[in-house]
Ligand binder design. Structure first.
Ligand code: ZN
Length: 415
């Protein structure tokens, strides 16, 4: 014989324990072990919910609950808007073997009118919900991760080969604030790899061209441009407003400068470098792994470090490494995955070999070691031996890591 709704409710009430919002509040105060389960629709949850509540809409409950809450003895408090859906949900869960499910009578409405604490998730516009829908589908990102991306502030050093794809993908992913430091203008020879720029922008400052490209891709992104050369004088002022620095520079003085400043300001530095057909990427995270000086205490002699201009570079290579930098940056922002801290990813495009080298912090590192000798930013042009030899026209520097020097530098670490 089929049951009426009234009979179903009576049956559920006889089997499921119900607590009022006041009783739930008291229980939560004295015992933090209870899992709050919100069985309302996503839209209702988004408008406001109990802090820390897991959202599992009633319609998907039976399908998803075992994956979300594998422990069937876990103490659970289910709630909905008025107490009916959660009572039926608790009954269904009891039938599935959950031994300790309570339903909150009166639901979220009664909870809220009683004046108890509730929180609201970030509100996405319809356009954002569509734009980031593929992120929302990933449990590792979801709405929470997307909110973190939109709140994140990332500084890109350079608007060149590496930072072009890094910036482009970070903008597409919805990183809310992107700062770009570059003092160069677009040259026709850049367009073989610097995909932020375009043919009709030759002669335009790279920061301006980058801003145009990003604005056209994603209006959610606020672009802050710094059309200046990064120096010991301005770097601390610039990086203080950012959570993460992506180093896409192409010369040693800037690389050491960014490393030292990031260490001093305690900012993660997502590093990439390229030479001809080889590239590498890592994350220098102050306090969590080595810094650039742990790997390379001394810069190579200037004549051992030919620039892209002198040695050439495969157009796709900065794309590969820059995208890895974007990926690592996103992982740091959403706090998921295993970032390249203490690991150097080496990419050889001709042999298509990818290796991961373990890196250790050097206790003798002059910057991050046990007895540091570097406490302030220095003159990096002089440190790299470029002060006299290279003034204009390469004042912005365009020196790539020398492949053989990279290898020799890595040998001890690889052992
Ligand atoms: Zn170090």
């Amino acid at each position: 014989m089929s049951k009426t709704f009234k009979q179903i409710m009576e049956e559920a009430r006889s089997e499921v324990k119900e607590l009022s919002p006041a009783e739930v509040n008291e229980l939560l105060q004295k015992d933090g072990n209870h899992l709050l389960l919100d069985v309302r629709e996503r839209e209702e949850y988004r408008d406001g919910h109990l802090e820390g509540a897991l959202s599992l809409p009633r319609g998907f409950l039976e399908i998803k609950v075992e994956a979300a809450v594998p422990d069937k003895s876990a103490p659970i408090i289910a709630y909905c808007a008025g107490g009916v859906r959660s009572l039926l949900a608790a009954k269904a869960m009891k039938d599935m073997g959950y031994q300790n499910v309570i339903s909150m009578s009166g639901g979220y409405t009664a909870w809220k009118t009683s004046g108890y604490n509730w929180v609201q998730d970030r509100q996405f516009t319809q356009e954002q919900a569509t734009r980031y829908s593929r992120h929302f589908l990933l449990p590792e990102v979801g709405e929470e991760g997307q909110a973190k991306l939109l709140d994140a502030k990332v500084l890109l050093v350079g608007a060149r080969g590496l930072s072009s794809p890094a910036t482009y993908y970070l903008a597409a992913a919805g990183v809310g604030t992107l700062g770009i430091v570059d003092n160069d203008v677009v040259d026709l020879s850049n367009l073989q790899r610097q995909i932020l720029h375009a043919n009709d922008r030759v002669g335009m400052p790279k920061t301006e061209s980058a801003k145009k490209t990003i604005n056209a891709l994603n209006p959610d992104v606020r672009v802050v441009t710094y059309q200046e050369k990064l120096t010991s004088q301005n770097i601390m002022r610039i990086i203080k407003d950012y959570d993460i620095v992506v180093d896409g520079c192409d010369n040693f003085p800037t690389r050491y400068l960014v490393n030292d400043a990031c260490f001093m300001a305690k900012k993660p530095n997502v590093h990439g470098s390229i030479f001809q057909f080889e590239g590498q990427a890592t994350v220098f995270y102050p306090g969590k792994g080595p810094c650039y000086r742990c790997l390379y205490p001394e810069p190579p002699p200037p004549d051992m470090a030919p620039s892209c201009q002198e040695a050439g570079v495969l157009g796709v290579l900065p794309g590969l490494i820059g995208v890895i930098q974007a990926l690592e940056t996103i992982k740091l922002i959403i706090g998921k995955g295993d970032p390249l801290i203490g690991r150097l990813l080496c990419f050889n495009t001709l042999g298509m070999e990818i290796t991961n080298l373990k890196l250790k912090a050097d206790p003798a590192c002059p910057l991050c070691g046990e007895k540091p000798t570097i406490h302030n930013l220095i003159d990096y042009e002089e440190f790299c031996g470029l002060r006299a030899a290279h003034a204009a026209p390469e004042a912005t520097g365009s020196r790539e890591s020398n492949s053989s020097s990279l290898r020799s530098g890595l040998q001890p670490l690889n052992a």
